[in-house]
Ligand binder design. Structure first.
Ligand code: ADP
Ligand code: MG
Length: 341
């Protein structure tokens, strides 16, 4: 299948000497929903704005639907890129009704076509009955649907959404998230969505790209990203995880929780980082570790243990729950390892 978005080695600095994007590359196939995640300040909004044409990269190239929109010789205006942008604050016009807000994006489109589109996307987004209301007369979730309908009504080749869930109520978020992705899928639009929480990324993405210090450090399916993060930087944005420094040995690895059997192709003595999820460990009743604290998570407990200055978190059910200050050990039943760079 063809790529709808192809970003190659994009660099951008705002002040000399500090690169915000440093050779960022990313591709999205047609109808794919991509999620961009990364620490605050890692360049997510700058990358999105570069795709839309609101920022001009210093180097690199960006193609949308097979057409170059930006490289050393080319710069297409935002309005010529066929891209819909959903801003974090939705950017609805307060003095326009819902219907007028959606129609606003259709400047220059034939009047009858525009009317049909407005009706079609209000219907798709279930906001037809709100059409005469003003933004302040509808809820945050409804405002988001209006903003989405406005972006979709231009029938863009792709949609860019910058943290669309950060202004919605926490208790409504899961529903709004599902609804929104269903609408995007129903409209068969490729989308790149910046999110803040990894749970959002897992819930909606076909492909997650992790931006760290201006580079896409890894692009992978949610399952692959969770099970095989490519670096400790990536691992640390993928949810609760133990990162243990280890040395390869002839049988496996030596680390703070002991000697672990694990086939590998490293040379004995080579350093590595073990990536062990809290649910991939079992608690043993004997060992050198001390239970420091626990946190209830609904499905079970996250138990934090300490030994000297090392800490390890393990997920346990209520039936296996130890007490604070108990002495414990671990049995690892699954892990992933990363060669230190
Ligand atoms: P993110 O969205 O990942 O939090 P941004 O792309 O907004 O990150 O910003 C990345 C860095 O670029 C930040 O340090 C920010 O201060 C800087 N930056 C973004 N836009 C501008 C700008 N217009 N002028 C100067 N610096 C900027
Ligand atoms: Mg941002």
């Amino acid at each position: 299948m063809s790529s709808t978005l192809e970003i190659q080695e994009v660099c951008k600095s705002f002040t000399k000497g500090t690169e915000v994007l440093s050779s960022a590359s990313l591709t999205l196939r047609e109808n794919e929903i991509g999620v961009l995640i990364g620490p605050s300040g890692s360049g997510k909004s700058t990358l999105l704005r570069s795709i839309a044409g609101l920022e001009i990269p210093d180097s690199g190239s960006i193609s949308i639907a097979g057409k170059c929109v930006n490289d050393a010789r080319t710069y297409l205006e935002p309005s010529d890129r066929q891209v819909g942008f959903l801003f974090q604050d939705f950017a609805l016009f307060p003095h326009l009704t819902v219907e007028q807000n959606i129609r606003f994006g259709l400047h220059g489109v034939d009047k009858r076509v525009a009317s049909d589109r407005v009706q079609k996307y209000m219907q798709l987004c279930s906001i037809s009955e709100l059409k005469s209301r003003y933004p302040h007369q509808i809820s945050g979730g409804q405002q988001q649907r209006v903003a989405l309908a406005r972006a979709l009504a231009t029938e863009p080749v792709m949609l860019l959404l910058d943290e669309p869930f950060s202004n919605v109520d926490e208790n409504l978020k899961a529903q709004i998230r599902t609804d929104m992705v269903e609408l995007i899928r129903a409209s068969k639009t490729t989308a790149l969505i910046v999110v803040h929480d990894i749970e959002d990324a897992y819930a909606i993405a076909d492909k997650i790209s992790v931006l760290i210090e201006g580079r896409v450090a890894q692009s992978a399916s949610p399952e692959e990203l969770y099970s095989s993060p490519a670096s400790s930087g990536v691992a640390s944005v993928t949810g609760e995880v133990n990162l243990l420094s280890a040395k390869a040995s002839s049988f496996g690895f030596t680390c703070a929780i002991g000697e672990l059997d694990q086939p590998h192709d490293l040379e004995a003595g080579q350093g590595a980082t073990l990536v062990i999820r809290p649910e991939d460990l079992n608690l043993e009743k004997e060992g050198d570790w001390t239970v420091e604290e626990m946190r209830y998570s609904g499905i079970g407990y996250l138990v934090k243990c300490i030994n000297n200055l090392e800490r390890v978190s393990v997920f346990v059910s209520a039936a296996e729950l130890p007490a604070v200050n108990d002495r414990v050990g671990f049995k690892v039943h699954r892990m992933h390892w990363i060669v230190n760079d």
